[in-house]
Design a protein around this ligand. Sequence first.
Ligand code: 3HC
Length: 311
Amino acid sequence: AGDELAAYFEAVIGADQKIEPRDWMPEAYRKGLVRQIAQHAHSEIIGMQPEGNWLSRAPSLSRKAILLAKVQDEAGHGLYLYAAAETLGTSRAELFDKLLAGRQKYSSIFNYPTLTWADVGAIGWLVDGAAIVNQVPLCRCSYGPYARAMIRICKEESFHQRQGFDLLYTLARGTDEQRAMAQDAIDRWWYPSLAMFGPPDADSTHSAQSMAWKIKRFSNDELRQKFVDMTAQQAGVLGLRLPDEALRYDEQTGHWRYTQPDFAELTRVIAGDGPCNRQRIEHRRRAHDDGTWVRESAAAYAAKQRARKVA
Ligand code: 3HC
């Protein structure tokens, strides 16, 4: 029976079909998905901090409303992804504990500070832009609940990326100070956004297996290149400069040549040595503790509802 189940799993993956929660799956497939989906969910929730930092200082009511909608969306993305992870037999509480204990990761990108209002635009345009390039292929990932969560998330990310571009476009056509603020934000967020895609393929520990199981559909370097190709063109429309003297379009390959991010810095940030790692986790821990009464009230209310139904 074991061989038949394994053969069925391989056949489903081979035929580009979806593995669903009740299907048999190799333990390593399950564990690899919990690792990636949990990390993805943690990234969405931690990502609310750098952006939320500017909610009370947005320059206009409409910018505040847009940013509020985006931060709420990120919370929702975290919810869909924790729910997808729970279909693999883990619980949200367990994942939170692992994050707070430093046993699970979140995206390196959110360990950088948001120093000016223009950072909100740079995050939207660059970080959400990179997230779209990384997440669109995940809509075709072999695990059903993850792929379906991605479809809804990608639609909302497009709005996030668009509002970031629009914010920078406005600043780039404003006063000299506003233009300089937008350029400074792009200078600080460009390379960390390239690093978001992970280490170079040669140093990627999970890519080979993840691609064999059709979780990862393109390699880290392929997605990084796709992001540079898309963003280099948009920078021209913005009238702002990407901070890479070597950036230039290569007629032969049809791609943009560019300078790689500092992967030693990525390793340090992943290991906890980024500008904001401690602050992000402490804020998360405080928010989690402050939310205990909400979780307990919701559980008590649900128990009362159940008791009422039974009575
Ligand atoms: N930040 C933190 N850790 C990273 C990382 C990053 N940017 N890139 C790689 N790593 C870690 C991996 O987790 C792995 O460590 P682990 O074994 O302890 O988990 C190690 O570095 C080696 O990297 P691999 O290439 O082998 O790892 P993956 O195959 O998992 O590839 C990935 C990395 C491309 C980020 C992949 O995990 C992925 O596609 N994840 C889902 C997408 C995601 O998490 N995006 C977060 C972006 S933030 C976001 O989407 C919010 C948006 O709204 C702004």
